[in-house]
Design a protein around this ligand. Structure first.
Ligand SMILES: Nc1ncnc2c1ncn2[C@@H]1O[C@H](COP(=O)(O)OP(=O)(O)OP(=O)(O)O)[C@@H](O)[C@H]1O
Ligand SMILES: [Mg+2]
Length: 458
């Protein structure tokens, strides 16, 4: 129920009008004392304030200014005496929602309150949509310029408009959920729902009723009929996250749904048609899970129509600095702090770090760096110790040299060294050649001879 506060020095006016307004379905409180009214406004929320312009203690417009100062969002409707057009104009200039001239017709007053209510509803909706949009763009911005990322983006572009089932695999934190969002919002089903279920988070019976829904009384605690996620996803996309953790008995039930495109709610006998596009994700190796009898092979073939594989961050080093810079800016803006840059040595340490938690770990680190930032350039010593430590450890490839003859070791070293510098230069051969002091032509020949990974070359 919308809450209205009426402030007027005319007590009999308050008495009559508040009754009428309350009779139209509003919660109404009245105040004839200005300081009491201000106190009440500080303590409680009112959707609408109806304020008299002419009052003995204080001019209503001055009070309006005070209210707006404390709460700029407060919706205030002004009541003015007939001769007080100047007061009305001044009210509007100071942020009043509208003004009405006394004596006010009841119908007119109620109509204005209804309009104000509509305005508030639209406003709420707007705020909600704006935050949703912000979340959505945030959750769909894919940063990365490595070859692996380019290929993935291209694949997403091609697959998104189709209705095909997609299985996204890759290490934790590599962006599987972002891909699911992109696939949905770039498909024909984008106006339909995107329903997400984390299969590892729920026990078997709960997961089953989450997916299939249940009829009232199907089990103890089923006090009302509930739609399941399969039904909710109809017309849109169903994202089954951590599908590798789905309990074995449920896997055959899922397979049946995928084959027949219909379900029955738990405890129900009615058949309900469902129509969704399926996207699954897992960080498990499903082939291995099949070998271990943890995952059904027939289900695997059903869900794996198009496989998408995310690459660990350490294997696409060209993305590390752009991602770090992107998230440093995001958190700096979010925390209203100044944006920061990274020193060259900090960049090099970050690029060489292993990033076992992939982009999620990188994001957390960016947040931490901004929390402690004082607007200065981020230097190597400001980075978390674990990052600096791994950077100083001999590279695992170095350890491998011990068992090689000099020629093989030299080739291996050259390959590693050139790949590293090439990656840091974003695959730019001219810049790399200049940095390591060889002619461009010779570097190209070396790349060919040593079969250097082309993903570094961009
Ligand atoms: N290419 C990218 N650009 C920008 N942000 C990214 C990128 N990849 C991942 N992220 C961000 O990193 C975080 C982890 O990504 P996401 O949740 O998609 O990973 P995941 O593969 O689903 O991980 P998990 O297996 O742990 O669920 C998210 O906050 C996501 O926004
Ligand atoms: Mg995920």
């Amino acid at each position: 129920m919308y809450r209205i506060l009426m402030i007027d020095d005319d007590k009999s006016f308050l008495k009559i009008y508040s009754k009428i307004i309350a009779g139209n379905g509003y919660h109404v409180q009245t105040e004839s004392d200005i300081s009491d009214a201000m106190e009440l406004l500080a303590k409680e929320h009112f959707d609408i304030v109806i304020l008299d312009v002419v009052m003995p203690e204080i001019n209503g417009v001055a009070l309006l200014k005070k209210i707006k100062e404390k709460n700029p969002e407060q919706l205030v409707m002004m009541l003015t005496g007939e001769g007080s057009i100047a007061g009305a104009v001044e009210s509007m200039e100071n942020g009043a929602y509208t003004y009405m001239i006394k004596p006010v017709e009841i119908d007119q007053l109620i109509l204005n309150i209804r309009k104000a209510e509509e305005f508030l509803k639209l406003n709420d909706e707007n705020v909600k949509l704006r935050t949703q949009l912000k979340d959505m763009t945030r959750n769909m911005t894919v940063v990365g310029c490595s070859k692996a990322m380019d290929i993935l983006k291209e694949q997403i572009k091609q697959i998104a408009p189709t209705n095909t089932s997609v299985l996204i695999t890759g290490e934790s934190g590599t962006g599987k959920e972002i891909i699911a969002n992109l696939l949905h919002y770039n498909s024909e089903r984008r106006d339909g729902p995107l329903i997400k279920v984390n299969c590892s988070a729920l026990a078997e019976t709960i997961l089953e009723s989450e997916l299939f829904g249940h009829e009232k009384g199907a089990f103890t605690g089923a006090i009302a009929t509930k739609k399941g996620r399969f039904e909710m996803a109809t017309g849109g996309t169903l994202f089954l996250d951590e599908i590798g953790d789905m309990p074995y008995p449920l896997q055959s039930k899922l397979l049946r749904v995928l084959q027949e495109k219909e379900i029955e709610r738990v405890g129900g006998s009615k058949t309900i048609k469902v129509d969704f596009r399926l996207i699954c994700a897992t960080n498990k190796d499903l082939k291995e899970e099949i070998e271990k009898n943890n995952f059904r092979e027939d289900l695997y073939f059903r869900i794996n129509v198009v496989p998408l594989v995310t690459t660990p961050l350490r294997e696409r080093k060209a993305d590390i600095i752009p991602l770090m810079e992107y998230y440093l800016d995001c958190y700096a803006d979010e925390m209203s702090k100044g944006r920061v840059t990274l020193s060259d040595s900090a960049k090099s340490v970050l690029t060489n770090y292993s990033w076992r938690g992939n982009v999620r770990e990188l994001k957390n680190m960016a947040e931490r760096l901004i929390v402690f930032s004082n607007g200065q350039e981020i230097k190597e010593y400001m980075l978390p110790e674990e990052v600096r430590q791994t950077a100083n450890q001999p590279d695992s490839q170095m350890k491998a040299f011990e068992s090689m003859d000099l020629r093989t070791a030299r080739n291996q070293f050259e390959k590693w060294y050139i790949t590293e510098i090439l990656t840091r230069n974003n695959g730019n051969i001219t810049a790399t050649a200049a940095q390591i002091g060889v002619a461009r032509k010779n570097l190209q020949a070396k790349i060919k001879l040593l079969d250097i990974d082309k993903s570094a070359e961009k």
